[in-house]
Ligand binder design. Structure first.
Ligand code: FES
Length: 107
């Protein structure tokens, strides 16, 4: 795993998500960087496990993000689906906030 700057904290309003491409050791990883309403920051795969759509286009609710296409909710802390139709988790990645820098570790 290697850590890369994904965005600036100022780019992420509370309750919002941003799609970023992070260079990993074995290629580019599409990541949704998410800031919950309480200010905590998460990184989760941007690709819904049910279909090939971008989770960062969904709604952030508490510590979950809702896929805009069919409404599955994913836990931002674990990637686990909390509502059908998705049944498979999505990968989550470690995040470090260093001042204004949001660093994400991807494989
Ligand atoms: S594509 Fe995300 S729930 Fe169906």
């Amino acid at each position: 795993m290697s850590s890369h700057e994904a965005c600036r904290l100022a780019d992420l309003a509370p309750g919002s998500a941003l799609r970023v491409e992070v260079a990993g050791d074995s290629g580019t990883v599409e990541v949704a960087v998410v800031r919950a309403d309480d200010g905590s920051v998460y990184a989760i795969s941007d690709i819904c496990s049910h279909g090939q759509v971008s989770l960062s286009d969904g709604e952030v609710e508490g510590h979950h993000i809702e896929c805009w296409l069919h409404g599955s909710m994913f836990d931002l802390r674990t990637g686990a689906p909390q509502a059908l139709p998705a049944t498979k988790p999505v990968p989550v990645y470690p995040v470090t906030v260093d001042g204004e820098r949001v660093l994400v570790e991807v494989p």
